[in-house]
Design a binder for this molecule. Structure first.
Ligand code: F3S
Length: 395
């Protein structure tokens, strides 16, 4: 691999032991994937933040890096942690877990990383532009930035993202290259998509078929950023989709040659089947939404439904701290809290120690949450639209 003088210097230890270790990791990764050079990245999003995911070995690894003076050189945000950093006590998160989680966050902060723990950094202050090379980790954020924004990132692991943040570069392979951004499957959507969960159900189905392919959707009319974050999250969970295109909507859709692609047609019945497949329980003890982290529009929508009513079961709305702050300023957070719901920042239903909370079955509107909660959190799942879930909780 061709390295610049500066990169050679990092690799040979001229820039300290931490950069040497991190550069070695990036060079090895580049060799595995046949990269010919490193490219600068303008931002990084690091996964592997929750103590639930990385446990003591991860905590020690990060503390060691921080103690050895590791510092990031580009704007770097975090994936969700395992607790709400400010309200974990009142929300009932286990103290032992929280103490470990806080240590992890302290190590990241010592490295100069913004402790904005969210899978929607693009809604919380880290918004790349079209064509920008970045190194992001969380699968739904990767999908959104590649597909909806047209930035370029591979699906980084926690260590490779951290190495990119510390060295400011990443190996030039995979989705950084034009030739790897072309569609592999044509998805003809012959079904109306009426809610965020309909997009999630579509993603749940297509991800399981195309695996790590790059679907090109035709037949989708309109759609909001919330819809597309749900679609991408579900496809990244049921498959490993890191880039998709939507005809007439996403920025690289017009560059695709779709003639000759394998065609998959999605009907109303397919969507219904996807909801059934994602659902593993027949009752809901608690509703947990915000996967990916809820936007202001989604929080306002929930507030509009519950306003002036009382919920008959727990409702958690997971979001980023930045969005929560705005939701508080607008008064919509207060409306949800008055109805008995909770807004939870910095964490989510999958990476929080949800198994320690007493609900058996959880209602979700997300294909990704539906995919992961039974395994990671030992909870049954009912997948429905947020409107349906709330309607039942207000009866
Ligand atoms: Fe985000 Fe957690 Fe879902 S990281 S995409 S809210 S599983």
């Amino acid at each position: 691999m061709q390295l610049t003088k500066e990169q050679e210097n990092m690799l040979s230890g001229g820039d300290g032991v931490v950069r040497e270790r991190m550069m070695r990791l990036l060079v090895r990764l580049g060799e595995i994937y046949g990269a010919s050079e490193m490219i600068p990245v303008s931002s990084v999003q690091v996964a592997g933040v929750s103590y639930k995911s990385i446990k003591d070995p991860g905590l020690d690894f990060l503390a060691d890096l921080a103690d050895n003076g590791a510092k990031v050189v580009v704007p770097t945000f975090l994936n969700p942690a395992g607790i709400d950093i400010e309200a974990w006590r009142e929300l009932g998160f286990p103290e032992k877990f929280a103490i470990k989680q806080i240590k992890i966050l302290d190590s990241f902060k010592a490295m100069g990383i913004v402790p904005s723990a969210s899978c929607t950094p693009y809604l919380a202050g880290l918004l790349p532009r079209f064509g920008e090379h970045i190194a992001w980790s969380e699968s739904s954020a990767v999908s959104f930035s590649n597909s909806v924004i047209g930035a370029r990132t591979n699906r980084e692991g926690g260590p490779s993202a951290l190495a990119a943040a510390i060295c400011g570069v990443t190996p030039n392979y995979g989705l950084h290259l034009d030739e790897n951004r072309f569609a592999t499957h044509l998805i003809e959507v012959n079904a109306g998509l009426h809610s965020t969960s309909d997009y999630a159900a579509l993603g749940f189905k297509i991800g399981s078929i195309v695996k790590d392919g790059k679907p090109f959707f035709s037949g989708i009319k309109g759609g909001t950023t919330d819809h597309f974050k749900a679609l991408g999250a579900a496809m990244a969970a049921s498959g490993a989709v890191a880039l998709y295109h939507v005809e007439g909507i996403t920025p690289e859709a017009g560059l695709q040659d779709i003639s000759g692609l394998e065609k998959i047609t999605v009907t109303k019945k397919d969507l219904k089947d996807a909801y059934c497949e994602a659902t593993t329980a027949d009752s809901v003890d608690a509703i947990i939404v915000g996967c990916p982290h809820a936007s202001l529009r989604e929080i306002s929508h929930i507030a509009g439904i519950v306003k002036g009513n009382k919920l008959n079961k727990p409702l958690w709305v997971c979001t980023s701290r930045a969005v929560l702050g705005t939701a508080r300023q607008m008064g919509v957070a207060g409306v949800i809290e008055d109805a008995g719901g909770k807004l939870i920042a910095d964490t989510c239903m999958v990476v929080a120690p949800l198994e320690d909370f007493p609900f058996k079955n959880v209602g979700v509107d997300s294909g990704k949450a539906a995919k992961y909660m039974p395994g990671f959190c030992k909870k049954g799942v009912v997948m429905r639209s947020i409107d349906e879930l709330l309607r039942e909780a207000l009866e």
